[in-house]
Design a protein around this ligand. Structure first.
Ligand code: ATP
Ligand code: AMO
Length: 433
């Protein structure tokens, strides 16, 4: 490996030690007989001080002319220097340009010039060189680490289900068709049917972290056409049980990030407040009443909550909350209606004040009721035969949820647009890069 240290691992107390750094030429400041090359790597910046007398005329001239963002390797000695940004500088003995950057750059990674999201996404490789952009993705990785660790400790098994499928899960629309040899197939919208079948398989508690595809023509700051979903399904559990798992998983991710991503949070200039448990539970009916009383919203019982109502609730509650006891008519067929009040069901949404983060439910596990619910939704049970079979030979009662990774990260870090939480986002207009 062409480095002994990342910039963040070097400090003034290493005075005299020889190190090798590798990264990008962030900036070159030329003061005549002395010049500064600021080398940037994943962990920050290091000042490489170029002294003509020490380097010799040729090397000095070469180093001074390195174009910004070129890839460089520097070998040199650490020198404690109070005037240098992090209390040290590197006096180089060797400088290699491993790959020169052309000029002009497609965008400016030194962050002095802000630019449009579209321009940034067009040159994402250059955009991610900006520390504040990179920080969000490093935090996303920490969130995943925390979730996997939490699931593992709870004995929840990670699974992978197919993304190329023959049927819709969430209803008839919103699918991307693809050709699969001589057959028609689709990109999966959700692992819903598969994770439920695994309950029938006796896997008992499973999770999946993987892509979901939705052919919705949305053009919002919180919708993508390809997203990463964190899906959970647990046998012998009800809606309340999996809501507890969900709130613990979310709050756990916040505290993991707060503890393990201090540098990244500092780069983003933010302090992370860990949400308090338990999250409030508010019924759909109560939410409608509140919105009507306080904000004069005019929604019919049975309507999906509109954006204004969601915004009003978010602003007045001001923290994460669950919306529970939804009308059965607006939740999918696999959501279990209350036995004594079948017009409402055991479905829930986890809300951040800004938007929905997750939805889930206790599921219908009775075969006849499931067939009936599929028909009620105007769907044809024949199309679900591969799924329904798993309900005819013993299906444990079960519950689960799906949580959008990018929405979790976006709300955690206060990112304005969901595209800021996806390395290469796919939306209505974007298929490249
Ligand atoms: P889910 O996809 O799980 O239902 P969601 O938060 O993405 O969750 P949607 O049902 O897609 O929710 O949409 C929720 C609300 O977002 C809708 O009630 C609608 O008011 C609003 N919405 C959806 N699409 C748009 C859009 N293109 N422009 C503005 N608002 C939209
Ligand atoms: P739902 O359709 O609500 O539920 O999706 C679950 C969560 O996935 C995320 N999500 C999205 N994120 C970005 N762009 C999108 N287009 C998008 N669509 C969904 C959201 C959402 O809350 N099968 C159920 C889950 C379950 O009941 O287990 C489902 O898919 O954060």
């Amino acid at each position: 490996i062409l480095r002994t240290h990342y910039s963040g691992q070097i400090s003034a107390d290493m005075d005299g030690k020889e190190v090798m750094l590798a990264g990008f030429a962030h900036e070159i400041r030329d003061l005549g007989g002395i010049a500064f090359l600021v080398l940037r790597d994943r962990e920050g910046m290091a000042q490489i001080t170029l002294v003509k007398k020490l380097l010799g005329k040729d090397v000095f001239k070469m180093a001074r002319s390195i174009s910004r963002e070129s890839v460089v390797m520097v070998r040199g000695n650490v020198k404690a220097e109070a005037k240098a940004p992090r209390g040290y500088e590197i006096l180089p003995t060797e400088i290699q340009v491993l790959s020169a950057a052309q000029v002009p750059l497609p965008l400016d990674p030194t962050e002095k010039v802000e630019c449009e999201l579209d321009t940034r996404l067009d040159s994402r490789f250059m955009d991610i060189r900006r520390p504040c952009v990179l920080a969000a993705f490093e935090i996303e990785s920490a969130v995943l680490c925390s979730l996997r660790d939490y699931f593992h400790k709870k004995g929840i098994v990670e699974v992978f289900t197919p993304k190329i499928v023959a049927a819709a899960t969430e209803g008839g629309t919103d699918l991307f068709p693809i050709s699969y040899f001589e057959k028609e197939a689709f990109l999966n919208q959700s692992p819903q049917l598969y994770k439920q079948m695994l309950m029938g398989a006796g896997m008992d508690r499973v999770y999946e972290i993987g892509p979901i595809f939705r052919a919705e023509e949305h053009d919002t700051r919180r919708h993508l056409n390809e997203a990463i979903s964190i899906d959970l399904e647990v046998s012998f559990a009800d809606d309340k049980d999996v809501m507890e798992i969900l709130e613990e998983a979310v709050a756990g991710a916040y505290s993991y990030v707060a503890d393990n991503c201090r540098r990244q949070l500092e780069v983003l200039n933010m302090e992370l407040e860990v949400p308090r448990l338990p999250f409030k539970r508010i019924t759909y009916t109560r939410a409608l009443e509140l919105a009507e009383e306080k904000a004069g919203a005019r929604m019919q019982w049975g309507d999906d909550l509109d954006t204004e109502t969601e915004r009003f609730l978010g602003e007045s509650i001001g923290e994460h909350y669950f919306l529970i006891d939804w009308p059965s008519s607006i939740k999918p067929y696999y959501t279990l209606p209350y036995e004594d009040k079948p017009e409402i069901c055991r479905g829930f949404d986890l809300m951040h004040p800004r938007m929905e983060l997750a939805s889930g439910a206790q599921r219908v596990h009775d075969y006849s009721l499931l067939v009936e619910r599929i028909k009620e939704k105007g769907l044809d049970p024949d199309g679900f035969e591969f799924y329904l079979r798993a309900f005819r030979y013993g299906m444990p009662p079960h519950a689960g949820w799906g949580l959008g990774l990018s929405r979790l990260v976006m709300t955690m870090l206060n990112l304005e647009n969901i595209r800021d939480a996806v390395i290469f986002p796919r939306d209505r207009r974007r298929l490249v890069p």
